[in-house]
Design a protein around this ligand. Structure first.
Ligand SMILES: [Zn+2]
Length: 335
């Protein structure tokens, strides 16, 4: 059982698979229980301490793997925990590793206000999401189920109070490296990447992934025009011409400009498709999502589809390519 005295480095006889992805930087791949995937976190050891970028979910298996990895790199404690964004697979175990007497948590300040309503006091956000789903065209029974899906997530997240709230453009010392904070909103309002200017290494979080296109969604906790912000951030990090990209999901890769061009083209095509759908007549966002992706069984996918569709609709409205009409009862999109 986990007790206060054993919370820093537990004496578990696990050997974990650590990959030295750059000199002095170790990648650890952690399970994401309900998504059938892995999240990559990074250790930056320095003597008896190590710094950590992202921390996985608050599950026993994942937490044990981090404890074992800390020991394996020769450290006795975690000094700094930097979190790219507060999604459960990146931030979930923050409260296990950071806080009073533990590591110092570094988090972008736009992520901080998302934590309390999302993981601690959920009722207000659940009601707000239910209304958001209804005005965007979901049938009431589906809106009820989807708005409650947030509750499951709060169980695998143990929040921590940040010791440092980041703005972007700070220099952080992790292990022996100096990394610049790159604020890259879109996937989450305060998503950050870290960039090593000397070695041209980008710790990309979920911003640039080798295989997946990260979900960019308009929802009650997003910024008002997340797709444009995301695309701007993509072009900015590609402009640095990083030599190595270390993503939070998938394997490290090298050709940033090609990957960024593919992601930009993907969103451009999606905007064109959605513009064409709305050009045939007034739609709700839910109708657009159904026309584009078809019905989904998985409720998490349904919500992501709606949010992603809305982000593209909003970007189209901002560009003046379609019109958005709002009342307390509905949000409608017209040619
Ligand atoms: Zn994420």
């Amino acid at each position: 059982m986990l007790t206060a005295s054993t919370q820093n480095v537990r004496d578990v006889e696990t050997t974990v698979e650590l990959t030295e992805v750059a000199t002095g930087v170790f990648e650890l791949r952690l399970p994401i229980p309900f998504e059938d995937g892995l999240v990559n976190v990074f250790l930056f050891p320095s003597g008896a301490e190590t710094d950590l970028l992202d921390c996985g979910m608050n599950t026993e298996e994942s937490v044990d793997l981090i404890h074992a990895a800390v020991r394996q790199v020769g450290a006795k404690r975690i000094r700094r925990l930097v979190v790219t964004h507060i999604h459960p697979d990146h931030y979930g175990a923050a409260g296990i590793f950071a806080g009073e007497g533990l590591a110092d948590l570094y988090l972008h300040r736009l992520e901080v206000p998302l934590v309390y309503p999302r993981y601690i006091e959920l009722e207000h956000l659940v009601a707000e999401v239910r209304n958001y789903l209804l005005v965007n065209g979901l049938p009431p029974d589906e809106a009820e189920v989807l708005s409650n899906s947030q509750r499951a997530l709060s169980e695998i997240v143990k929040p921590a109070v940040p010791a440092v709230q980041l703005d972007g453009a700070e220099m952080l010392e992790l292990g022996g490296r100096r990394l610049r904070v790159e604020w890259t909103p879109g996937h989450s309002p305060g998503h950050i990447c870290l960039y090593d200017e000397g070695d041209k290494i980008l710790f990309a979080g979920d911003h640039v992934l080798p295989e997946l296109s990260p979900n960019i969604g308009l929802h009650p906790q997003s910024t008002p025009d997340p797709l444009h912000e995301y695309l701007d951030g993509l072009r900015r990090v590609a402009g640095y011409q990083p030599r190595l990209i270390l993503p939070a999901h998938g394997r490290p890769f090298t050709d940033a400009p090609t990957r960024v061009a593919a992601l930009v083209a993907h969103h451009k095509k999606r905007m064109d498709q959605i513009e064409a759908i709305v050009s045939r007549g007034e739609r709700t966002a839910w109708e657009v999502a159904l026309e584009l992706w078809g019905p989904r069984d998985n409720m998490y996918e349904k919500r992501l589809a709606l949010q992603e569709g809305l982000a593209h609709l909003q970007a189209l409205a901002v560009e003046g390519r379609l019109k958005k009409f709002v009342t307390p009862e509905s949000v409608r999109w017209t040619p």
